[in-house]
Write a new protein. Sequence first.
Length: 295
Amino acid sequence: MHTRALGPFKVSAIGLGCMPMSMNNDNEYPDRADAVATIHAALDAGVTLLDTADIYAPSWDTFGHNEELVAEALRTYGTLPDGLVVATKGGITRGPGEQWGRDGSLEYLRTAVEGSLRRLGVDVIDLYQWHRPDRSMDYAEVVGHFRTLADEGKVRCVGISNANIEEIRIAQDVLGDGGLVSVQNEFSPRYRASEDELRYCAGQGIAFLPWSPLGGTGGGGRSVGEEFPAFAEIAADHGVSPQQVVLAWELALSDRVIPIPGARRAESIVDSAAAADLVLSAEEVSRCSATADEN
Ligand SMILES: NC(=O)c1ccc[n+]([C@@H]2O[C@H](COP(=O)([O-])OP(=O)(O)OC[C@H]3O[C@@H](n4cnc5c(N)ncnc54)[C@H](OP(=O)(O)O)[C@@H]3O)[C@@H](O)[C@H]2O)c1
């Protein structure tokens, strides 16, 4: 499996988005053993980046479900691969009656990070990402709270998510040289609006983690080849799945891009992981970009 830089880490060029196993638009969940088997299959395939979040859970009262699942899968795997990175997120709240909110206060984030550390069963979180801006607060102030968590040794690296270029610049300012390790924004053939952020990160040496890189749960990821036939045509030429071509196209946009395709089924992540080794010609990359532009 090819690797890419993620701050001080070197991780597989394709990560595993663990969310669908605990939260998805189909509202269909694998049983525990199948979910653990999916994470094990990802590790077997050479995946060394797992993305989770404290809010990924089937319901508000199972908050932390996905982090606990990741921890269980890692505990039961045997010898873990060198350089395995578990990335999680905080800053979104989820309470009784499915009330969702945001909280960027230091007090809340300290509690959130303690919860993630406990559920993941680790002393320090490899990569802690601010999940979504709390627009009621000053962006720089909240990023400063993430820096505090890093200074306190609870978090090794800091990333942000759902951020525009102005916010990325603020985070760079607050975190200092090399302090902002990653930006995780939605990006896929059906969602190109964050391409400016992707390009900006590429120029700054910041890892860009496309979320819902295939088009999301609820059918988007599964039907990407039907929605965007050029990916399916190129896939047929290579004898691979359209999903692999989508991920290879994203990888070709910049060596800072590390897609995190989600999966409930082991077959999905095993197939997606193989995209790290799929090389597209410049002409194929242009065709992919053009077809995505048309939509
Ligand atoms: N930061 C944020 O705000 C944010 C928001 C949303 C998501 N995320 C992160 O991004 C990750 C990925 O996004 P996502 O899960 O929403 O969407 P996605 O990766 O675009 O698509 C996942 C869907 O595609 C299917 N799939 C995956 N690989 C496949 C393959 N090779 N062939 C056929 N089908 C395949 C999966 O099927 P099966 O489930 O049947 O295996 C699943 O239904 C999440 O897991 C999460 O970690 C972050």
